[in-house]
Design a binder for this molecule. Structure first.
Ligand code: UT7
Length: 329
């Protein structure tokens, strides 16, 4: 009998720029303070990609590590999915550029734009290709260079974001583990709550759009905060109900790192110890779709995340989008 196919992660990698921006650095740029930033967000520093490098540079580094750890060659990859809101170019896709860098010429390639939920969306799409038997090996990357679309004069947003890339190799397995269930949601009525207004077909780049700072992130932080708390709770309930598990069965809950207050609220609500809900926002800020794969990679390196671990991931962001995934590692 042919057993049902499932999706497991067999290799992880991460890439972080070396340059750090501390809260003290930001105090010199806008009217803010280390005390305000730490107490309202939990962020102490974030990474900024060096001039001259791009998100594909970060993606390549993270991907090579993930491939090495999965003991695969680039030529083994059937599909590359890059989740990002900061591609190198509007077109071609970053996944095509990455395919060429890696010389993964057998691989199909596509980008996914789902804001900070991008990695969850990309993993769910990879899972479909694996379960259908169409592809065996998929490279999924979450990468952002948000410092390139940050308005460094807007204290509401410039304190929040950082750059980084996380990559995972997913493979087909016939074993009784892998992705147990997932949930993808969107509500386009909230599109204006988190938006880069210019640079697309609605508002092409012009002298005015640059002068009016329309190429950087505009965000209604309060509304996103309320939305985030609601949808993270809803998504987790859905995942656990469908997986027939209680929160205390989770070994890890990887939450999108947008605000330490959101993370702590959820953690306490589920009565989970800090060791099960990794925090990186203090060191890296909000790296959108790169946040969760980097946190996963860190727990693998630390030897905490192992085969058999029960893992939930939940993210939310621009779109609006949100979603989660439950898997047995
Ligand atoms: O990745 C997904 C998308 N992003 C998010 O999930 C972000 C979700 N939102 C948040 O994390 C929070 O809303 C923020 C951290 C962005 C803001 O925190 P808040 O507690 O919601 O602050 P606020 O926007 O209500 O602002 C409170 C005050 C305001 O002053 P007044 O009007 O009360 O005088 C702001 O002008 O804090 C002021 N403020 C600042 N003060 C010092 C805003 N930014 C700063 C700053 N430094 N950087």
């Amino acid at each position: 009998m042919v057993s049902k196919l499932n999706t497991i992660i067999t290799g992880t990698g991460a890439a972080l720029p070396s340059q750090t921006i501390t809260n003290l650095d930001l105090e010199k740029m806008v009217d803010t303070s280390d005390e305000w930033i730490v107490s309202r967000t939990g962020i102490r520093e974030r990474r900024k990609l060096e001039d001259g490098l791009s998100s594909v540079d970060l993606s390549e580094k993270a991907s090579r590590e993930a491939l090495r750890r999965a003991a695969l060659e680039p030529s083994d990859i059937d599909l590359i999915i890059v989740a990002t809101v900061t591609p190198d170019h509007p077109t071609p896709s970053s996944s095509c550029l990455l395919q060429a860098r890696l010389q993964a010429f057998r691989a199909a390639a596509m980008d996914i734009s789902a804001g900070c939920t991008g990695f969850i969306y990309a993993l769910a799409v990879a899972h479909q290709f694996i379960c259908s038997g169409i592809y065996c090996h998929v490279l999924v990357v979450g990468v952002e260079v948000l410092t390139r679309i940050t308005d460094w004069e807007d204290r509401n947003t410039c304190i929040l974001f950082g750059d980084g890339a996380g990559a995972v190799v997913v493979q087909a397995t016939g074993e009784e583990r892998g992705i147990l269930n997932f949930s993808l949601k969107a509500d386009g009525r909230g599109a204006d709550l988190l938006i880069v207004p210019a640079g697309g077909s609605a508002m092409p780049a012009s002298f005015e759009t640059v002068q009016n700072r329309m190429h950087s992130i505009k965000m209604n932080g309060n509304e996103i905060f309320k939305f985030a708390v609601r949808v993270v709770e809803e998504t987790l309930s859905e995942l656990m109900e469908r997986g027939k598990i209680k929160a205390d069965a989770l070994d890890f809950l990887f939450l999108h790192q947008a605000n330490l207050r959101i993370i702590e609220h959820i953690r306490k609500r589920l009565k989970l110890p800090p060791s099960k809900v990794p925090v990186s926002i203090d060191r890296f800020g909000n790296m959108s779709s790169a946040t969760i794969p980097i946190a996963i990679h860190e727990e693998i390196l630390a030897g905490h995340l192992k085969e058999g671990s029960l893992v939930a991931m939940v993210a939310f962001g621009a779109g609006l989008t949100w979603g989660g995934l439950l898997m047995k590692w």
